[in-house]
Ligand binder design. Structure first.
Ligand code: HXC
Length: 265
């Protein structure tokens, strides 16, 4: 890790990260472990989760476990939460990082395509949040971090489905912060812009337009997974104890550069 935060910032905590097998979810899980937390990785591909958990254990010396489940299945998510509680005896942090996306004009998105993305992003966030609240946080408090995006702050071509889904996620961040604050639960959001070495960048910003897009970003670069993970670690830590119901944008100013990802031409 980059050493910007105290290495014992999350000592004694336990965290569940959906989408923890790859990309930003995995980066966040690694960072939480590097700052003292035990982590559980939730995702669809058990083999990938097991490999990622072993890698985190080797790297950080913290316990990391695989809890395979599809966030679209509330029963499977609730079972994964039970496994975490059996293994860790607590669950202080939930990170909702599972997401699905593809590039398609609105006129070409099928009912099932729209549903798949809404189900993974919006309903997945809901299922995991409810499961963790019901099983632990209602009685013990905790922090829920929802990974969002900036696609829906204006409008982004070929992203009608993902924009609708992330708007729903941001809305849940506010609603759950309002209702669960009295239980000692903070609910915060983190909205990365384009991030290097992610499936999102590979899927959404095709190579031919990548350089052009990079040049119009105020910071003249894409984000890095470790930068997003550091912000996530800060947001779930006590350093952000007063922050709830809001989503932090971390995009190098990309959202200011124009209305699109560079997809309009
Ligand atoms: C049109 C498409 C499509 C495409 C899939 N579909 N790809 N439609 N254009 N390119 C349609 C399928 O035809 C199908 O509808 C429906 O979506 C479901 O597809 P399946 O493959 O059967 O579903 P599933 O296996 O569940 O896959 C879900 C998925 C997939 C979302 C479609 O892409 C996925 O699993 N992605 C996970 C990883 C991911 O996307 N990560 C990137 C997140 S990026 P029909 O009608 O044919 O049955 C992100 C960041 C955004 O969130 C911000 C970045 C700046």
């Amino acid at each position: 890790m980059n050493g910007l935060l105290r290495p014992d910032l999350l000592a004694g905590r336990a965290a569940l990260v959906t989408g923890g097998g790859s990309g930003i979810g995995l980066g966040i899980a690694r960072a939480l472990a590097a700052h003292g937390a035990r982590v559980a990785l939730l995702g669809r591909r058990a083999d990938r989760l097991v490999e990622a958990a072993a890698c985190i254990e080797r790297e950080t010396g913290r316990t990391a476990i695989a809890t395979p489940a599809d966030v679209r299945e509330p029963e499977a998510v609730a079972a994964a939460v039970r496994t975490c509680l059996e293994r860790f005896g607590r669950l202080d942090v939930l990170v909702n990082a599972a997401a699905g996306n593809f590039l398609a004009p609105a006129a070409a998105i099928s009912p099932n395509g729209f549903r798949a993305v809404m189900d993974i992003d919006a309903r997945g966030t809901w299922h995991a949040s409810r499961a963790v609240f019901d099983a632990w946080m209602r009685d013990h408090g905790g922090v829920i971090l929802n990974v969002s995006a900036t696609l829906h702050h204006g409008a982004t071509p070929m992203q009608a489905h993902a924009s609708a889904a992330k708007a729903a996620v941001d809305s849940l961040t506010r609603s759950l912060a309002l209702e669960w604050g009295p239980f000692g639960v903070r609910v915060v959001g983190l909205a990365p812009g384009p991030v290097e070495d992610t499936e999102g960048l590979a899927r959404l910003v095709p190579e031919p337009i990548r350089e052009r897009f990079r040049r119009v970003i105020p910071m003249r670069r894409f984000g890095r997974i470790d930068e997003i993970a550091t912000l996530a670690t800060f947001l779930v830590s006590d350093a952000a104890a007063l922050v709830t119901g809001t989503t932090l944008v971390a995009d190098g100013g990309a959202r200011l550069a124009g209305r699109t990802l560079g997809l309009e031409s």
